[in-house]
Design a protein around this ligand. Structure first.
Ligand code: F3S
Length: 386
């Protein structure tokens, strides 16, 4: 891989050990994927932020680093709400370790927005090269915004944040962004966000790491968010196209002749909705938008929850949705920021959790040790209140 002179000096250790190590990570990645050069990036999003997922080894590694991010960079959700962790039932020992993780990232110049929806922070636009690592954020930024990122790991996103560059390969290259599979959805009618999450859960398994091209659906932005997040969880989808909706599908008018075409029916999607008893409900995977918080508030107004109902959003979105949050919390539900039902230990004590997200539906069993049930937002609220 061709390195500019300054990058070579970084690799030679002229700008400190941490930068040398970060450049070494990027160069190794570039060599694996035959990148010819590095390109500058506009932003980074760094995963590996919850003490639940990185543990002591990850924390010690982070503490040994000493440099500052060269581009705007934000952190993925951590294991607790930074202000209300006691209300979440987080132990003081966990909170102490999590605080150490946060301060290690702060030392590296990573912004503590702690969200998997950094696109609500206006960090990126069509055509930007970025290095994001949380899989649903990657799917959204590539597909819905039309930015360009590979599905980075935590260390490679951190390395890109500190160096301000990434190797030019994979989804940064326009010709690699063509569809590899057509998914024809028999989906006439009006469906809620969970339906798109359930579709994504099925489509991700069909697609694996191919780039799906959907026909037959007209999702809005929150529904696209749910679709991409679920496909990134049940498969390894980092980019998808929806005919006539997502930006690349309109800019490039892809020729899909000859691609494998798989039908998905509403009946298959409906089969995922099973009526099993649950002892908690969690909404906000990925983190809720202001519109989603408004819809939840609308349904909870005047009601009282009888089961724990957790709602997750970013601190920035929460700041713009105070009225909705007040209504939601008056019902007894709780809205937490910085964290989520999967990366926090707060859901680990439940037997079965109801969600309205295809991604959470896929992750809750392994990450929280609970059975998962998917339902519409309306069903989730009804179950929480009954
Ligand atoms: Fe975000 Fe956590 Fe879901 S990081 S996408 S809310 S698993």
């Amino acid at each position: 891989m061709e390195l500019e002179r300054e990058d070579q000096l970084v690799l030679d250790g002229e700008f400190g050990e941490t930068r040398r190590l970060m450049m070494e990570i990027l160069v190794a990645l570039g060599k694996v994927f035959d990148a010819e050069r590095m390109i500058p990036i506009r932003s980074a999003q760094v995963s590996g932020a919850s003490y639940k997922t990185i543990g002591e080894y990850g924390l010690e590694w982070l503490k040994g680093l000493d440099a500052r991010a060269a581009v705007p960079a934000v952190l993925n959700p951590i294991g607790m709400d930074r202000n209300r962790w006691r209300e979440m039932g987080i132990s003081p020992d966990f909170a102490k370790k999590q605080a150490e993780v946060i301060s290690a990232y702060e030392h590296l110049g990573i912004r503590l927005d702690c969200t998997c929806t950094p696109y609500y922070l206006n960090m990126t636009q069509y055509g930007d090269h970025i290095s994001w690592s949380e899989s649903s954020a990657v799917a959204y930024s590539n597909s819905v915004i039309g930015a360009r990122t590979n599905r980075e790991g935590g260390p490679s996103a951190l390395a890109a944040a500190i160096i301000g560059k990434t190797p030019y390969y994979g989804l940064h290259i326009v010709t690699n962004r063509k569809p590899g599979l057509v998914i024809d959805v028999d989906g006439t009618g009006t469906y809620d966000t969970s339906w798109f999450g359930a579709l994504g859960y099925i489509a991700g398994k069909l697609a694996g790491n191919r780039i799906p091209y959907f026909r037959g659906i007209r999702p809005d932005r929150d529904q696209l968010k749910a679709l991409g997040a679920a496909m990134a969880a049940s498969g390894a989808v980092a980019l998808f196209h929806v005919e006539g909706i997502t930006p690349d599908s309109r800019v490039f008018s892809y020729d899909i002749t000859g691609l494998e075409t798989i039908p998905v029916s509403s009946r298959e999607i409906g089969d995922l909705y099973k009526d099993i008893p649950v002892d908690a409900v969690a909404i906000g995977c990925p983190h809720c938008s202001t519109e989603e918080l408004g819809a939840i508030a609308h349904q909870l107004e005047g009601n009282r929850v009888r089961k724990p109902l957790y709602i997750f959003t970013s601190r920035a979105v929460a700041g713009n949705a105070r009225n909705s949050i007040e209504i939601i919390e008056r019902s007894g539900a709780r809205v937490f920021s910085d964290t989520c039902m999967v990366v926090s230990p707060c859901m680990d004590s439940y037997q079965a959790v109801m969600v309205n997200s295809g991604k959470a539906f896929a992750y809750v069993p392994n990450m929280c040790g609970a059975a998962s049930r998917i339902g519409t937002l309306e069903e989730c609220i009804r179950v929480a209140c009954s």
